[in-house]
Design a binder for this molecule. Sequence first.
Ligand code: ADP
Ligand code: MG
Length: 308
Amino acid sequence: MLTAKNLSKSYKNIKALSNLNLTIPKGELYGMLGPNGAGKTTTISILSSLLKPDSGEIMYNGKSLYQNLSECKKLIGVVPQEIALYEDLTAKENLNFWGTMYGIKGKKLKQKSDELLNFLGLTERKNHKIKTYSGGMKRRINIAAALLHEPEIVFMDEPTVGIDPQSRNLIFEVIEELHSRGLTMIYTTHYMEEAERLCDRIGIIDEGKLIAEGNLDQLKKASSVKEEIHLKFSTNKESNLSGIQNKYKSQLQLHKNTMLFSTSQANADLPELIQSCVKSNILLDKIDIRSLSLESIFLELTGKSLRD
Ligand SMILES: Nc1ncnc2c1ncn2[C@@H]1O[C@H](COP(=O)(O)OP(=O)(O)O)[C@@H](O)[C@H]1O
Ligand SMILES: [Mg+2]
């Protein structure tokens, strides 16, 4: 469906993308996982023809994007990171506007727009102005707008950032339904639970480079980390933690009152880890050994934590 070869893009002296390669078969839900600034939006903008790469080649169904621009654009739907709606118009009027932009008119537009408003759970609010909508409802209208012209591939750029949990779940259900209907999708996120839950394959992107790719099992097999020790702790001094953090560096992540320790052999490492905690006056409340998560894989590959 989509192949991109050696995409590179710099903004002045910032290298936003370097030699990115992607092959997305028809019907795949591909997750692009990376921290802020990794190059996700740049990739989506280039693939959807909004931004020109400095170099590289993009093909849709075997046809070059730039040599078949209008034909390829019909195949593409984009849910942008920044919400693009007219606040003083109603949801229905916004969809009418987008429909007209895509050349859809009359009965067909009304039918499609009603169908999508229903699909996204917005029928009851369709005649209300967008400015009265919550962030999640706006995002849902943006998704509807991207689907109006029945694209074959849809790019969703961090569609769950800054929205309420109810809308987030509804968006997941919508994406899963679209996936089951065979729509090809590229979904960017910096939340690994989303990539894990939704995506057939995941590409890990950092500093403009795709550094790993595969389904969850393949990513796990390729990783030298095999298990995670989760420790719940309490301590009355922040400084108690710095010793243990210095000792284990990126092998150990601290989040409030939990530690995540990534290892190739949890049983062998556990006694020493507990001893280190005892020495640092860290009281342990709970110890769990779990199988590998995307979080540890990401940390191993990039040295970075993906959490906000
Ligand atoms: N219009 C722009 N001008 C200059 N630098 C930009 C611009 N857009 C993005 N960048 C930079 O390019 C890099 C990749 O950005 P982006 O693609 O937005 O990442 P992501 O979507 O993963 O957060 C970042 O370092 C960002 O600061
Ligand atoms: Mg972005």
